[in-house]
Design a protein around this ligand. Structure first.
Ligand SMILES: [Fe+2]
Length: 352
Protein backbone atom coordinates (compact mmCIF):
# COMPACT_ATOMS: atom_id res chain seq x y z
CA UNK A 1 0.00 0.00 0.00
CA UNK A 2 1.11 3.56 -0.62
CA UNK A 3 -0.36 6.96 0.28
CA UNK A 4 -0.78 9.46 -2.52
CA UNK A 5 -1.95 13.09 -2.60
CA UNK A 6 -5.17 13.52 -4.59
CA UNK A 7 -3.40 15.18 -7.53
CA UNK A 8 -1.39 11.97 -8.03
CA UNK A 9 -4.40 9.63 -8.12
CA UNK A 10 -5.25 7.93 -11.41
CA UNK A 11 -8.38 6.15 -12.64
CA UNK A 12 -7.98 2.39 -12.15
CA UNK A 13 -6.15 2.60 -8.81
CA UNK A 14 -7.74 0.63 -5.96
CA UNK A 15 -8.52 2.26 -2.60
CA UNK A 16 -6.70 0.32 0.14
CA UNK A 17 -8.71 1.52 3.20
CA UNK A 18 -12.10 3.12 3.87
CA UNK A 19 -11.82 6.89 3.37
CA UNK A 20 -13.56 8.89 6.08
CA UNK A 21 -14.24 12.62 6.21
CA UNK A 22 -15.28 13.83 9.67
CA UNK A 23 -16.14 10.18 10.44
CA UNK A 24 -18.41 9.85 7.40
CA UNK A 25 -17.37 7.34 4.73
CA UNK A 26 -16.50 9.01 1.42
CA UNK A 27 -15.16 5.94 -0.37
CA UNK A 28 -14.95 2.31 0.66
CA UNK A 29 -11.96 -0.02 0.64
CA UNK A 30 -11.39 -1.89 -2.68
CA UNK A 31 -13.18 0.76 -4.74
CA UNK A 32 -11.56 1.09 -8.16
CA UNK A 33 -11.11 4.82 -8.73
CA UNK A 34 -12.78 6.56 -11.65
CA UNK A 35 -12.23 10.15 -12.80
CA UNK A 36 -15.54 11.00 -11.09
CA UNK A 37 -14.29 9.63 -7.75
CA UNK A 38 -11.10 11.64 -8.04
CA UNK A 39 -12.99 14.83 -8.86
CA UNK A 40 -15.23 14.20 -5.84
CA UNK A 41 -12.25 13.57 -3.54
CA UNK A 42 -10.67 16.86 -4.56
CA UNK A 43 -13.65 18.66 -2.94
CA UNK A 44 -12.55 17.40 0.49
CA UNK A 45 -9.50 18.50 2.44
CA UNK A 46 -8.02 15.01 2.65
CA UNK A 47 -4.23 15.19 2.38
CA UNK A 48 -3.52 11.64 1.16
CA UNK A 49 -5.43 8.59 -0.03
CA UNK A 50 -4.20 5.01 0.65
CA UNK A 51 -4.12 3.02 -2.59
CA UNK A 52 -3.00 -0.52 -3.34
CA UNK A 53 0.47 -0.84 -4.84
CA UNK A 54 0.85 -2.88 -8.03
CA UNK A 55 1.97 -5.82 -5.87
CA UNK A 56 -1.14 -5.54 -3.62
CA UNK A 57 -3.25 -5.56 -6.76
CA UNK A 58 -1.54 -8.70 -8.02
CA UNK A 59 -2.15 -10.30 -4.62
CA UNK A 60 -5.84 -9.42 -4.68
CA UNK A 61 -6.32 -10.58 -8.27
CA UNK A 62 -4.32 -13.77 -8.51
CA UNK A 63 -4.67 -15.97 -5.43
CA UNK A 64 -4.10 -19.37 -7.11
CA UNK A 65 -1.08 -18.40 -9.14
CA UNK A 66 0.35 -16.40 -6.27
CA UNK A 67 0.16 -19.40 -3.92
CA UNK A 68 2.01 -21.52 -6.49
CA UNK A 69 4.64 -18.80 -6.97
CA UNK A 70 5.17 -18.44 -3.19
CA UNK A 71 5.38 -22.22 -2.68
CA UNK A 72 7.91 -22.49 -5.49
CA UNK A 73 9.97 -19.68 -3.98
CA UNK A 74 9.96 -21.45 -0.59
CA UNK A 75 11.08 -24.70 -2.22
CA UNK A 76 14.01 -22.93 -3.90
CA UNK A 77 14.89 -21.29 -0.57
CA UNK A 78 14.78 -24.67 1.25
CA UNK A 79 16.92 -26.29 -1.45
CA UNK A 80 19.59 -23.57 -1.09
CA UNK A 81 19.50 -23.90 2.72
CA UNK A 82 19.95 -27.69 2.53
CA UNK A 83 22.99 -27.25 0.27
CA UNK A 84 24.38 -24.57 2.58
CA UNK A 85 24.06 -26.72 5.74
CA UNK A 86 24.87 -30.06 4.08
CA UNK A 87 21.38 -31.45 4.68
CA UNK A 88 19.79 -34.16 2.51
CA UNK A 89 18.28 -32.71 -0.69
CA UNK A 90 14.60 -33.08 -1.49
CA UNK A 91 14.76 -33.55 -5.26
CA UNK A 92 11.10 -34.60 -5.27
CA UNK A 93 9.95 -31.13 -4.19
CA UNK A 94 12.11 -29.43 -6.84
CA UNK A 95 10.73 -31.79 -9.45
CA UNK A 96 7.15 -31.03 -8.38
CA UNK A 97 7.78 -27.25 -8.53
CA UNK A 98 9.21 -27.52 -12.02
CA UNK A 99 6.22 -29.56 -13.23
CA UNK A 100 3.63 -27.25 -11.61
CA UNK A 101 5.28 -24.03 -12.77
CA UNK A 102 5.85 -25.36 -16.29
CA UNK A 103 2.23 -26.33 -16.86
CA UNK A 104 0.95 -23.07 -15.29
CA UNK A 105 3.29 -20.86 -17.31
CA UNK A 106 2.32 -22.69 -20.50
CA UNK A 107 -1.36 -21.99 -19.70
CA UNK A 108 -0.98 -18.34 -18.69
CA UNK A 109 2.44 -16.87 -19.37
CA UNK A 110 1.31 -13.25 -18.82
CA UNK A 111 0.17 -13.90 -15.27
CA UNK A 112 3.51 -15.42 -14.41
CA UNK A 113 5.35 -12.64 -16.19
CA UNK A 114 3.48 -10.26 -13.86
CA UNK A 115 4.27 -12.37 -10.82
CA UNK A 116 7.94 -12.19 -11.67
CA UNK A 117 7.75 -8.51 -10.68
CA UNK A 118 7.22 -9.60 -7.06
CA UNK A 119 10.90 -9.17 -6.40
CA UNK A 120 12.47 -8.72 -3.03
CA UNK A 121 15.98 -7.34 -2.71
CA UNK A 122 16.72 -9.26 0.52
CA UNK A 123 15.68 -12.65 -0.86
CA UNK A 124 16.93 -11.78 -4.34
CA UNK A 125 18.70 -15.09 -5.04
CA UNK A 126 15.60 -17.25 -4.52
CA UNK A 127 13.19 -14.97 -6.36
CA UNK A 128 15.77 -14.61 -9.11
CA UNK A 129 16.11 -18.39 -9.66
CA UNK A 130 12.34 -18.72 -9.88
CA UNK A 131 11.97 -15.76 -12.26
CA UNK A 132 14.74 -17.09 -14.49
CA UNK A 133 12.85 -20.40 -14.53
CA UNK A 134 9.60 -18.64 -15.55
CA UNK A 135 11.29 -16.67 -18.37
CA UNK A 136 13.10 -19.83 -19.53
CA UNK A 137 9.78 -21.72 -19.75
CA UNK A 138 8.26 -18.88 -21.83
CA UNK A 139 11.31 -19.11 -24.14
CA UNK A 140 10.92 -22.91 -24.37
CA UNK A 141 7.28 -22.45 -25.34
CA UNK A 142 8.08 -19.99 -28.15
CA UNK A 143 11.07 -22.03 -29.32
CA UNK A 144 8.71 -25.05 -29.56
CA UNK A 145 10.83 -27.22 -27.27
CA UNK A 146 9.78 -30.81 -26.62
CA UNK A 147 8.31 -31.66 -23.21
CA UNK A 148 11.58 -33.34 -22.21
CA UNK A 149 13.74 -30.36 -23.22
CA UNK A 150 11.34 -27.92 -21.50
CA UNK A 151 11.67 -29.95 -18.30
CA UNK A 152 15.48 -30.02 -18.50
CA UNK A 153 15.67 -26.29 -19.28
CA UNK A 154 13.31 -25.44 -16.38
CA UNK A 155 15.24 -27.43 -13.81
CA UNK A 156 18.55 -26.02 -15.13
CA UNK A 157 17.10 -22.53 -14.70
CA UNK A 158 15.86 -23.15 -11.17
CA UNK A 159 19.27 -24.47 -10.07
CA UNK A 160 21.61 -22.37 -12.25
CA UNK A 161 22.86 -20.23 -9.33
CA UNK A 162 23.06 -23.03 -6.75
CA UNK A 163 26.78 -22.31 -6.42
CA UNK A 164 25.80 -19.14 -4.51
CA UNK A 165 24.53 -21.29 -1.61
CA UNK A 166 27.99 -21.25 0.00
CA UNK A 167 28.73 -17.56 -0.61
CA UNK A 168 28.43 -15.56 2.64
CA UNK A 169 25.60 -12.99 2.83
CA UNK A 170 28.28 -10.37 3.51
CA UNK A 171 29.31 -10.75 -0.14
CA UNK A 172 25.93 -11.69 -1.68
CA UNK A 173 24.12 -8.73 -0.12
CA UNK A 174 27.00 -6.24 -0.02
CA UNK A 175 25.54 -2.79 -0.80
CA UNK A 176 28.79 -1.63 -2.41
CA UNK A 177 31.37 -2.62 -5.00
CA UNK A 178 32.97 -6.01 -4.34
CA UNK A 179 36.70 -6.18 -3.57
CA UNK A 180 38.83 -8.12 -6.12
CA UNK A 181 38.85 -11.18 -3.81
CA UNK A 182 35.08 -11.01 -3.23
CA UNK A 183 34.58 -10.65 -6.98
CA UNK A 184 36.52 -13.87 -7.59
CA UNK A 185 34.50 -15.70 -4.93
CA UNK A 186 31.30 -14.48 -6.58
CA UNK A 187 32.43 -15.58 -10.05
CA UNK A 188 33.36 -18.99 -8.75
CA UNK A 189 29.66 -19.80 -8.17
CA UNK A 190 29.62 -21.23 -11.70
CA UNK A 191 32.33 -23.84 -11.00
CA UNK A 192 31.03 -24.46 -7.49
CA UNK A 193 27.42 -24.87 -8.68
CA UNK A 194 28.41 -27.38 -11.33
CA UNK A 195 30.41 -29.36 -8.80
CA UNK A 196 27.55 -29.37 -6.23
CA UNK A 197 25.09 -30.68 -8.80
CA UNK A 198 27.46 -33.43 -9.89
CA UNK A 199 28.29 -34.46 -6.30
CA UNK A 200 24.84 -34.27 -4.70
CA UNK A 201 22.34 -35.15 -7.40
CA UNK A 202 21.78 -37.71 -10.10
CA UNK A 203 20.37 -35.08 -12.44
CA UNK A 204 21.30 -35.25 -16.14
CA UNK A 205 24.73 -33.84 -17.05
CA UNK A 206 23.28 -30.83 -18.92
CA UNK A 207 22.02 -29.31 -15.65
CA UNK A 208 25.51 -29.05 -14.15
CA UNK A 209 26.78 -27.84 -17.55
CA UNK A 210 24.32 -24.91 -17.44
CA UNK A 211 25.41 -24.01 -13.90
CA UNK A 212 28.97 -23.89 -15.24
CA UNK A 213 28.24 -22.01 -18.49
CA UNK A 214 25.46 -19.50 -17.72
CA UNK A 215 27.90 -16.54 -17.57
CA UNK A 216 29.62 -17.42 -20.85
CA UNK A 217 28.99 -14.87 -23.64
CA UNK A 218 28.27 -15.37 -27.35
CA UNK A 219 31.49 -13.49 -28.31
CA UNK A 220 33.74 -15.39 -25.89
CA UNK A 221 34.06 -12.60 -23.29
CA UNK A 222 32.27 -14.47 -20.50
CA UNK A 223 33.51 -16.81 -17.77
CA UNK A 224 34.75 -19.26 -16.55
CA UNK A 225 35.85 -21.00 -19.80
CA UNK A 226 35.49 -18.14 -22.34
CA UNK A 227 33.43 -20.42 -24.57
CA UNK A 228 31.98 -18.89 -27.76
CA UNK A 229 28.83 -19.12 -29.91
CA UNK A 230 27.23 -22.51 -30.25
CA UNK A 231 30.02 -24.11 -28.20
CA UNK A 232 27.93 -22.82 -25.30
CA UNK A 233 24.96 -25.15 -24.73
CA UNK A 234 21.66 -23.74 -26.03
CA UNK A 235 20.16 -23.96 -22.52
CA UNK A 236 23.09 -21.97 -21.08
CA UNK A 237 22.63 -19.29 -23.78
CA UNK A 238 18.92 -18.98 -22.94
CA UNK A 239 19.50 -18.87 -19.20
CA UNK A 240 22.39 -16.40 -19.52
CA UNK A 241 20.10 -14.04 -21.44
CA UNK A 242 17.07 -14.19 -19.11
CA UNK A 243 19.41 -14.11 -16.11
CA UNK A 244 20.68 -10.68 -17.20
CA UNK A 245 17.16 -9.40 -17.83
CA UNK A 246 15.95 -10.40 -14.37
CA UNK A 247 19.07 -8.96 -12.71
CA UNK A 248 18.57 -5.61 -14.52
CA UNK A 249 14.85 -5.33 -13.70
CA UNK A 250 15.31 -6.30 -10.03
CA UNK A 251 15.94 -3.98 -7.13
CA UNK A 252 19.21 -4.94 -5.45
CA UNK A 253 20.77 -3.71 -2.24
CA UNK A 254 23.09 -1.55 -4.36
CA UNK A 255 20.75 -0.36 -7.18
CA UNK A 256 17.12 0.42 -8.08
CA UNK A 257 15.33 -1.71 -10.72
CA UNK A 258 15.64 -0.76 -14.40
CA UNK A 259 12.34 -0.34 -16.29
CA UNK A 260 11.54 -3.33 -18.53
CA UNK A 261 11.98 -1.41 -21.77
CA UNK A 262 15.45 -0.19 -20.72
CA UNK A 263 16.54 -3.71 -19.84
CA UNK A 264 15.18 -4.83 -23.22
CA UNK A 265 17.11 -2.09 -25.04
CA UNK A 266 20.30 -3.09 -23.19
CA UNK A 267 19.90 -6.72 -24.26
CA UNK A 268 19.16 -5.66 -27.85
CA UNK A 269 22.34 -3.55 -27.86
CA UNK A 270 24.35 -6.67 -26.98
CA UNK A 271 22.68 -8.94 -29.54
CA UNK A 272 25.41 -10.75 -31.46
CA UNK A 273 27.99 -9.70 -28.85
CA UNK A 274 27.02 -11.06 -25.45
CA UNK A 275 23.89 -12.87 -26.61
CA UNK A 276 22.82 -15.22 -29.39
CA UNK A 277 20.95 -12.90 -31.85
CA UNK A 278 18.30 -15.51 -32.69
CA UNK A 279 17.46 -15.92 -29.01
CA UNK A 280 17.39 -12.14 -28.48
CA UNK A 281 14.68 -11.86 -31.17
CA UNK A 282 12.48 -14.49 -29.50
CA UNK A 283 13.14 -12.96 -26.11
CA UNK A 284 12.23 -9.40 -27.09
CA UNK A 285 9.09 -10.53 -28.88
CA UNK A 286 7.77 -12.82 -26.18
CA UNK A 287 9.38 -12.16 -22.84
CA UNK A 288 10.95 -8.76 -22.41
CA UNK A 289 9.62 -5.33 -23.13
CA UNK A 290 6.05 -5.70 -24.28
CA UNK A 291 5.11 -9.32 -24.95
CA UNK A 292 2.31 -9.85 -27.47
CA UNK A 293 -0.96 -9.98 -25.54
CA UNK A 294 0.36 -7.92 -22.62
CA UNK A 295 -2.00 -5.22 -21.35
CA UNK A 296 -0.31 -1.82 -21.30
CA UNK A 297 -1.13 1.71 -20.19
CA UNK A 298 -0.05 4.43 -22.63
CA UNK A 299 1.00 7.93 -21.58
CA UNK A 300 -2.12 9.19 -23.38
CA UNK A 301 -4.32 7.34 -20.85
CA UNK A 302 -5.24 4.63 -23.36
CA UNK A 303 -5.26 1.01 -22.19
CA UNK A 304 -4.89 -1.87 -24.60
CA UNK A 305 -3.11 -5.05 -25.54
CA UNK A 306 0.05 -5.42 -27.59
CA UNK A 307 -0.86 -6.97 -30.96
CA UNK A 308 2.47 -6.90 -32.79
CA UNK A 309 6.08 -5.95 -32.15
CA UNK A 310 8.39 -4.63 -34.91
CA UNK A 311 11.47 -6.91 -34.76
CA UNK A 312 13.98 -4.05 -35.09
CA UNK A 313 12.17 -1.55 -32.84
CA UNK A 314 10.51 -3.76 -30.20
CA UNK A 315 9.89 -0.84 -27.85
CA UNK A 316 7.35 0.68 -30.32
CA UNK A 317 4.64 -2.02 -30.69
CA UNK A 318 1.12 -1.76 -32.10
CA UNK A 319 -1.48 -1.58 -29.34
CA UNK A 320 -5.18 -2.42 -29.69
CA UNK A 321 -6.86 0.11 -27.41
CA UNK A 322 -9.86 -1.12 -25.42
CA UNK A 323 -10.32 1.80 -23.03
CA UNK A 324 -9.40 5.48 -22.98
CA UNK A 325 -9.10 6.48 -19.32
CA UNK A 326 -9.03 10.21 -20.12
CA UNK A 327 -11.88 9.98 -22.63
CA UNK A 328 -14.14 7.03 -21.63
CA UNK A 329 -16.74 7.96 -24.29
CA UNK A 330 -14.24 7.30 -27.11
CA UNK A 331 -15.36 4.37 -29.27
CA UNK A 332 -13.09 1.31 -28.98
CA UNK A 333 -11.36 -0.85 -30.07
CA UNK A 334 -8.88 0.91 -32.33
CA UNK A 335 -5.19 0.36 -32.99
CA UNK A 336 -2.39 2.76 -32.05
CA UNK A 337 0.88 2.19 -33.90
CA UNK A 338 3.60 3.56 -31.64
CA UNK A 339 6.06 3.48 -34.53
CA UNK A 340 4.19 6.52 -35.90
CA UNK A 341 2.62 7.99 -32.74
CA UNK A 342 5.94 9.49 -31.70
CA UNK A 343 4.66 11.45 -28.71
CA UNK A 344 2.93 8.50 -27.05
CA UNK A 345 4.87 6.03 -24.91
CA UNK A 346 4.14 2.93 -22.89
CA UNK A 347 3.90 3.98 -19.28
CA UNK A 348 3.74 0.48 -17.81
CA UNK A 349 2.50 -3.06 -18.24
CA UNK A 350 -0.69 -3.55 -16.25
CA UNK A 351 -3.36 -6.17 -15.76
CA UNK A 352 -6.71 -4.44 -15.52
FE1 LIG B 1 24.96 -16.71 -11.95
Amino acid sequence: MRRLPIIHLEPGMIVAEDILYHDCPVLLKNTQLTKKHIDKLSLFTIPEIPVCSDQDQIISILPKELVLYKEAQETVHAFFQNIKFNQPLNMGSVDQVVQDITSSVYDDEHTFFQLSSLKNKDNYTYFHCLNVCIYAIIMAKHLHFSKEDTYLLSISALLHDIGKAHIPDGILLKPAKLSPTEFLIMRNHTVEGSSILKRHTTLPEVISQVALEHHEKWDGTGYPLKKKGTDIHLFSRIIGLVDTYDALTSERVYKPPEPQYKAGEYILSLSGYAYDPELVKVFLNHVAMYPIGATVLLTSGEVGSVVSVPPDVPWRPKVKVILHRNDPSRKTPYVVDLLYERTTFIEKIIKD
